[in-house]
Design a protein around this ligand. Structure first.
Ligand SMILES: Nc1ncnc2c1ncn2[C@@H]1O[C@H](COP(=O)(O)OP(=O)(O)OP(=O)(O)O)[C@@H](O)[C@H]1O
Ligand SMILES: [Mg+2]
Length: 237
């Protein structure tokens, strides 16, 4: 069996003394989308932040491309190719679209090729090119989410951790976001946390369901979409 792109073993973590993740085992293969599902408060965001190194882990191990990265900080993980696009479209509101994108390419590996990366991002998001001089705060919600993803792409990730990309978007924008996730998945690997379980399982190959900081279910996305427990708990069927 080949080594998955990301593999975590018994990962524990949380906030200070509050333990949220109670030993998560998870693997992300190198192609396509892996879905991270679970109710509000299950620990999806905590897991993503711990993988990105913005929250410390308190137990377990993380391997990326076969190498252990448990001890590496957030900047070193970006350099290794792991980029988090956090929940809530955290763009720099005062800065222009262009400046926000440039800031995505601050890691050593991405800096040299930032023009090429910018061309790619502009090709994916023509709207961002059109609005490049505009302050990020003046973008619509959907455009801000695109900017947040565009900034993540500027770091030239191998693995993008995408946390609630459709949160607060109109149905039409959410629809476009899933098309975008599908498009991105042709060139990078994605771990996507989402409330829209049906559409996420549709674009994903594999899925994990997190409950109370533990993996409750995992499997092939198509099979999970048919699982009676998932259908009842998450698809309202
Ligand atoms: N900064 C914090 N300090 C203490 N506890 C926190 C903090 N942030 C989150 N938590 C707690 O951690 C638990 C998991 O939260 P987390 O944000 O990881 O859930 P989630 O699965 O992403 O939920 P959602 O679907 O609502 O985004 C929750 O009980 C939450 O209250
Ligand atoms: Mg969350």
């Amino acid at each position: 069996m080949t080594e998955p792109l990301l593999r975590i073993e018994s990962l524990a973590g949380g906030y200070g003394a509050t333990r949220i993740l109670h030993g998560i085992d998870l693997s992300v293969g190198s192609d396509g989308v892996t879905a991270l599902l679970g109710a509000n408060g299950a620990g999806k965001t905590t897991l993503m932040k711990t993988l990105a190194g913005v929250l410390p882990s308190t137990g377990g191990r993380i391997f990326f491309r076969g190498e252990e990265i448990t001890g590496r900080n957030a900047a070193e993980r970006v350099l290794a190719g792991i980029v988090l696009v956090p929940e809530g479209r955290l763009v720099f509101p005062e800065l222009s679209v262009h400046e926000n994108l440039r800031l995505g390419a601050v890691n050593r590996r991405a800096r040299a090729g930032w023009r090429g990366a910018l061309d790619e991002v502009n090709a994916i998001f023509p709207k961002l090119l059109e609005r490049r001089h505009q302050a990020a705060a003046t973008l619509s919600g959907g455009e801000q989410q695109m900017l947040a993803i565009g900034r993540g792409l500027m770091a030239r990730p191998t693995l993008m951790l995408l946390d609630e990309p459709t949160l607060g978007l109109s149905p039409m924008m959410a629809h476009q976001m899933f098309d975008l996730i599908r498009t991105l998945s042709a060139s990078i690997t994605l771990l996507v946390a989402e409330q829209d379980v049906r559409r996420t399982l549709d674009v994903a190959r594999r899925a994990y369901v997190i409950e109370n900081g533990r993996v409750a279910l995992e499997g092939d996305a198509g099979e999970l979409a048919e699982d009676p427990k998932i259908r009842q708990a998450y698809l309202g069927l």
